[in-house]
Write a protein of this length. Sequence first.
Length: 338
Amino acid sequence: MAEATTTRQPLLTVTDLKQHFPIESGFILKRQIGAVRAVDGISFSVYPGETLGIVGESGCGKSTTIRSIAQLYKPTAGKVMFNGLDLVNASKDELLKARKDIQLIFQDPYASLNPRMTVRQIISEPLTIYSNRKMLQPEMTKEEIETRIEELMERVGLNKAFKNRYPHEFSGGQRQRIGIARALALNPKIILADEPVSALDVSIQSQILNLLNDLQKDLGLTYLFIAHDLAVIEYISTRVAVMYLGIIVELSESRDLYHNPLHPYTKALLSAAPIPDPAIERKRKRIILTGDVPSPIKEHKGCYFYERCPMRMEHCATNIPPLHQVSEGHEVACWLYE
């Protein structure tokens, strides 16, 4: 697990971020009849040198959060502050300049690399774009770009002799290393990692996670790391945010969250994760949630987890609990701790 940061000035601050996708009716005269509330008002900060992990079941809004922060989706509402710039309201030039410091690693290494481009072209693309726009200081010559490509390949564990090969000539783990090299090309301050190991074999996952940890130590990187695998999040994260149905229900230091979960959903989520010790596993009590996950189209008047919560109270049905601090660094959205 990455070490906790001592700097308390956030690098990235997300405030009440919402991403609603409209549902339209009609073939010619289209009108909006509803919205999918993929992200429904989340707030958090990411500090320099740390890894903030976001975990939750499929469909809870993790990947949409990443894409909204990077402005691949235009947020419905909220603020995304990066180095003093509000990315949501930034101009095209301001956003282009900011994206030099914000890079992404995508989930599927088979789909995120252009099959018609060589590794050399893939890694050099961001360097070429920013050099042509005179946004690299100093500007890079073709020879310097070539040297940088080879340096990046060696740093992520790829043989530089393979730079003229195409993505289909590499394994899944090697392709993800190419994606990491591309993300590192412009020396970013923060990397948004959207489930970067979920499509890989378990043995390869550990290699990629160790590579990301090493890069963080060597380059002082900051990560916002998305995953649905609790073990992966525990291993790499400094702090962890638990998402459910488009909101954050718990936010804490990684060790505190795993040893002292507070929200009923977090407890159920952790109880579902297997423990590789038969003696402990036999004694452990599994929390089985009843009912189905509510539709993301529904507008909530009370707690988002109310319909499935084994500890729900009457008050929860009509009042949405805010994310409030229970102890130092530990926040939870639950009326049980008010």
